[in-house]
Design a binder for this molecule. Sequence first.
Ligand SMILES: *[C@@H]1O[C@H](CO)[C@@H](O)[C@H](O)[C@H]1NC(C)=O
Length: 141
Amino acid sequence: MKLLVCCLLAITCCVLANADNVERTMKLTEVLKELRQLNKSVEHNGVMLNTPTMDIEECCFLSTLECFQKMVPRLKTKQKKLQCKVSRNLKPLTFTGVDSCSREEREKKVCQGCDSYPMKDSREFVQQLESLLQKAMTRLV
Ligand SMILES: *[C@@H]1O[C@H](CO)[C@@H](O)[C@H](O)[C@H]1NC(C)=O
């Protein structure tokens, strides 16, 4: 009887964890779609933005994300609502489980500051953000 309860618990936990991942993947897919849509409306006319590189250090994922989030509002576009939405969705909650670092580990770690990333034009910036989202999706499994 005890064993049965244990098994049931294990299965339930497993199913729930997977459902969580499915939900997160869906959310990330949505953000990716919105980003591509936003990109179509962006006037890529030489606007330069600090653009994190993809060699993200251990426990620095959220810090990198924060930098992208800060820069998105500087893209030149008339689609302000979509722009806000994309920026808003780049919140840590969307990326839960992408890295396995604890809050303490993150606080201890000194990550590269947003201002120290190289300035890239807006086209390249969007490209890098797309890579980040794709990377986040593969790390969920
Ligand atoms: C963004 O749009 C530009 C053209 O406006 C295009 O060259 C580029 O590939 C697009 N980037 C992404 C990530 O879709």
